[in-house]
Write a protein that binds this ligand. Sequence first.
Ligand code: NAD
Length: 490
Amino acid sequence: MTLRPTDSSTLLIDGKLVPGSGGTFAVTDPSNEELLGYAAEGTAADMDAAIAAARRAFDDTDWSRDHAFRARCLRQLRDALREHIEELREITIAEVGAPRFLTSAAHLEGPIDDLLYFADLAENYEWRQDLGNAAPMGIPTHRYLLKEAVGVVGAITPWNFPHQINFAKLGPALAAGSTVVLKPAPDTPWCAALVGRIAAEETDIPPGVLNIVTSSDHALGAQLSEDPRVDLISFTGSTATGRAVMRAASGTLKKVFLELGGKSAFLVLDDADLRSACSMAAFTVCTHAGQGCAITTRLVVPRERYDEAVALTAKSMSGIRPDDPRDPGTVCGPLISEKQRQRVEGYIRLAVEEGGTIVTGGGRPAEHDRGFYVEPTLITGLDNTARAAQEEIFGPVLVILPHDGDDDAVRIANDSPYGLSGAVYGTDPDRIAKVVAGVRTGTLGVNGGIWYAADAPFGGYKQSGIGREMGVAGFEEYLETKLVAEPATS
Ligand code: NAD
C-alpha cells in the first residue's frame, strides 16, 4: 500500500474507511501556501455513527477484557506505521510544516515507538490489586480492586504535534481497553487519517474500537464532548477551548482530561553559565517556530547581567533563520496558517505598544515571499505583567525579564495563570533544589535535562490542565477502579 495523500480522504468508522458525508476540505502546505490536496469532511451524522460504533465495540465485544490481544494490536499498529515511516515523514513535513530533524523524534518516530510502551503496560499492568483483609463494622472482609477501562473515549487534538498528541491518547486509551473516537484538528487531518487507514488495513484492531473523524468544523468536537455515550474526553488544545469542553462535558458529568496552554519560564540563576543558558533558551523558542505548549517563552535572567543576556540571546536567535522544513538543517519552520501568523504578529505589535523593544526579528523573513513564516523575535523592556509576558503567543517569540535573586525568579515563574513546564539553569544543587520545589509546573528541565519520554507523565498545574499524559499516570487516566468486597475466609 502506498499512502498517497489524496487517498487519505477517508474517515474510519466502525472498521470501514468511508468518505466524509460533507465532501472534502482543503489541506494547505504552510511552508509555501500551496494546496496539498483534500481531507474527508466529517459531519455531525458521521460523528454520531462513530460514537455509536465505539459504544458497541466497548459494550458488546471482549476488547476491554482481552489484555494480550490489545497488546498485540498495538504492536501491529506500531510495526505497520514503521513500515510506512518515510511516506508518513514527508506527509507530516508537508501538512504540519514540521522541521525534518524533529520527525526522528517527537514529531513522528518517538510517538510511534511509544506505542510499544503502552502495549507492554496492557500486558503487565496489575489489573487486579489485592487490598487484603479488614473488619469494617466487625465483619471480616477480603477486598480487592479491579482496574477497568473507562469506556468510550473522545480524543480531541490540536495541530502543533499531531502524531505525538494523537498517539499519547490512542496508545494508553486502547491499551487500557477503551474504545476511541479521535477528532483531530482541522489544520492537520491527514496525519490522523493515515493512521486510520493503516489501522484498518494492516492491523487486527476490531471494527469500532478506533474511529477517526476529520472535519473542518470545530462543532464536531463540541458534539463529542456533549454526547452521553462518551465516558471520557481527552482533550489537548488551548485553555479557552478546554473550558468549553469542560462545560459541554458537564451535562453528562463525564470525566475530562485536559492538556492546555502554557507560558513557561526559563530561569537562569546567577551562578549559571549564562552563554549556554541563553543559547538553549533561544534554540528552544525557535524550534518548530515556537509552536509547542511546553516551550519556554519567558527567559528570566539576573538583573545585573540583563544586557549581557539580551546580547547573547539575540545573537543566537538572529542566527536561526526560518526556513523550509524539508531541509534537514531547519530548526524554525513556518507557522501552521495565516490565521496563526496574524495572531503572532498581533502579539509582537502589542508588546511594542506595551513599551517593549524588539531586539531581533519582529517581521517576516525577506527570503520567503510564500509560507507562513515569522522571524524569531526577542522582546526586552517589559515586565511580567505585560500581556505579551502573560498570554500564550504560540510563535517564535521570547520575552526576556530581569530577576533579583532566586526567590524573585520563582515568583516571576509562578506569576502566570499557567503551570505547564519550565527550565532552571544554575550550579549550586541546593539552590536548584529550592527553585525546583518552588516552581508550580508539571515538568521542569534542569541544566538541559529532557523530561519527554513514554514513561514520563506530562501535564500542567493551574490553567494548563487536569491530569497527566504518558507514563503509568497517563495510562491510568483511562481506567476506572472497582472495589470488590467478599467475606474473608481466614
Ligand atoms: P484549539 O483549542 O483551537 O483546538 C484544539 C482542538 O479542539 C481541535 O481539534 C479543534 O477542532 C477542537 N475544538 C475547537 N473548539 C471546540 C469546542 N468548542 N469543543 C470541542 N472541541 C473543540 O487549539 P489549537 O489551536 O489546535 O492548538 C494550539 C493550542 O493547543 C495551544 O494553546 C497549545 O498550548 C495547546 N497545546 C497543549 C498541549 C499540552 O499538552 N498541554 C500540547 C499541544 C498543544
